[in-house]
Design a binder for this molecule. Sequence first.
Ligand SMILES: *Cc1c(COP(=O)(O)O)cnc(C)c1O
Length: 423
Amino acid sequence: MQSIENLKFLTPEEARKIAVNFGTPVFVYTRKGIEKSCDEALAFPNAFGLTVRFAMKANPGRTVLEILKKKGIHIDASSEHEVQRAILAGFEPSDILLTSQQLARSLKELIPQGVQFNACSLRQLEEFGKNFPGKEVSVRFNPGLGSGATKKTDVGGKTSSFGIWHEEIGKVKEIVTKYGLKLVRVHTHIGSGSDPEVWKAVAHYTLEIAAQFPDCRTVNLGGGFKVGRMIGEKTTDPQVIGKPVKELFENYAKEKGIQLKMEIEPGSFLMVNNGAIISQVDDIVLTGDGGYTFVKLDMGMDVNTRPALYAAKHPLIVISQKETSASKTGEFVYVGHCCESGDLITQEEGGGPQLRTTETPEIGDLVVMEGTGAYCSSMSTKNYNSYPETPEVLIDLDGSPKLVRKKQSLEQVLQNEVLVSLG
Ligand SMILES: *Cc1c(COP(=O)(O)O)cnc(C)c1O
């Protein structure tokens, strides 16, 4: 029998109140929790200074960005659009590092503003050199190994297209020399695993790469602090993975006389368990002998795509609408509201329904999906089946829930359609 999951920051009363006042589905974030996670990240062991960059693709909402900014967190942007969004939220361009799979089309506008550029391929480095000879640049390397909770979240090694393959370092040097660039930062990002040995190994390789560039003063180890969502899943302890990494930096200083600054780029770590989705049971259907009890929620892959995309597991907590409920448990398959067979909230890796033990839900009960602060609101298959974008609420430090994003209207879903005369 699986363990029944618990609410992480809401109380059942709070969840009921928010459902009444803001409707369902609704994202809820805790400011207190976000700030605590910031403090933990900022305490990452380091020898000669630390910059924490939020991987804003995890949750680029304006309020989230402003909370992080107040805590002194900088930005890891995955696209030029994220750069613009961060600037609009009040970040200094120089506090933003652009690490993008696609070469930014607005590079010529962004760099003069002070935005820092992390070249992720030889082509990107060449383009940067052509446009900005003599300038400081940073390079993302693929150190040849990675660590991810699933194959799909592994971003290092031969199967990953992220960064410049470590064996191509000679070509990097050629381009750097050709354009008189100053390679001041070496960047790696290994994926979202929690293994301290992998962290140490990657830090070691990254420092070996850094040693080959005399101008390098900063080493960025990327994100990838695994965060457990379900009971029994491990959460990375920054103190544990950071200690050996700090020693490597100290040894580097002893050997080379260079005190490297460290950067980390947590996305998940700052947000995952500081966000939840409150939804409601819309329907319950049975599929006969040997079949299942399907619990249909009023949310789905248009609100959180992770179960459909990765068979990701999120805690589901049933909150009865009745005052006195005899808490009985059972095994159910939770499904989303999209007309799509893949919209299974509890699903096996590779697809197909998976049973989940929860309290027995009834139509109208609330179901809180936990662990949805990162890569949910930002990564949803928004507007599929024309469901509007989900509203968002922040529980502020005084405990009051505040609307921080309105529910999308039908007009907003349609606003860019252009009507043409079809004769
Ligand atoms: C996504 C990403 C991160 C954050 O990864 P998490 O697993 O959410 O911590 C950090 N750095 C880069 C370059 C990324 O693309």
